[in-house]
Write a protein that binds this ligand. Structure first.
Ligand SMILES: *Cc1c(COP(=O)(O)O)cnc(C)c1O
Length: 249
């Protein structure tokens, strides 16, 4: 029987098996990269930190650092940004990304927090981020989020070359935003072909742009990271594969 403290301290439960999960995930990245003829060192592992505590994040950051993996942390809830100021994670030198659905009234917090914002999914968000980046006096790197699956629940611009070219051109004209890549959330299905098609579409949109500034492809989560790496992801966003299943609350 597990010691009583395991029940009293949820962090203990998750951190005890963390090394196994970290090694398993690095193995998955290495295997998929090999299969695709890619160097796994070119892939950034973004830790999706929603619902996780500073203790859990600090433990994962430390383990991944020990194993030499290049990482970022990615928050997708503006109301969870504050936890990244916890002394356990504040000065760890890990780049911070914002990956969630944005609201214009949170633009200031997100601009202050993130080195890279993945989720520019509509024009009024770009305008709000630009305004806040301008007030802060620092240009901000952003990704253009594309709805490659056509699922209505998902944000993002339509996956058409002329739409993305238009958004990219407008972002390039903005003095405070620098478009550096594209982001998508793969089709939410167990049909591997459908997932692959949505991720491949993001890559083909990048090829269509043929814009050397727009190099990043943020795609792939715990369930589809192999497909994403095969299809050219430069950033994979992983939560449950590293931290375990999310609490459902
Ligand atoms: C939560 C989240 C992830 C990670 O999801 P997992 O399935 O837990 O790996 C990736 N991207 C976004 C935008 C997320 O919100």
């Amino acid at each position: 029987m597990a010691p009583a403290t395991d029940h009293a301290d949820p962090d203990r439960n998750t951190t005890a098996v963390l090394p196994e999960r970290v090694d398993a995930v690095l193995d998955r990245i290495a295997t998929a990269s090999n299969r695709a003829g890619r160097d796994s060192a070119e892939i950034l592992l973004l830790l999706a930190t929603k619902t996780r505590t500073p203790q859990q994040i600090a433990a994962a950051v430390e383990l991944l650092g020990e194993r030499g993996q290049r990482i970022a942390v990615g928050e997708n809830r503006a109301q969870e940004i504050a936890k990244h100021n916890d002394p356990l994670v504040r000065d760890n030198g890990v780049p911070r990304h914002f990956i969630g659905r944005l609201q214009t009234n949170k633009a200031r917090d997100v601009v202050a927090f993130a080195d890279l914002i993945h989720s520019v999914d509509r024009d009024d968000i770009a305008a709000a981020l630009s305004r806040r980046a301008g007030l802060a006096g620092t240009p901000k790197d952003v990704l253009i989020q594309v709805n490659t699956s056509g699922e209505e629940s998902k944000g993002g611009y339509a996956p058409r070359p002329e739409v993305i070219a238009d958004v990219a051109a407008r972002l390039h004209e903005d003095p405070w935003l620098r478009p550096v890549g594209l982001m998508t959330i793969g089709a939410n299905t167990t049909d591997e072909q459908a997932v692959r098609a949505s991720l491949r579409l993001l890559r083909s949109l990048r090829e269509d742009l043929a814009d050397p500034a727009i190099a990043e492809l943020s795609m792939g989560m715990s369930a589809d990271l192999e497909i994403a790496i095969e299809e050219g992801a430069t950033i994979v966003r992983l939560g449950s594969a590293v931290f375990g299943a999310r609490p459902s609350a």
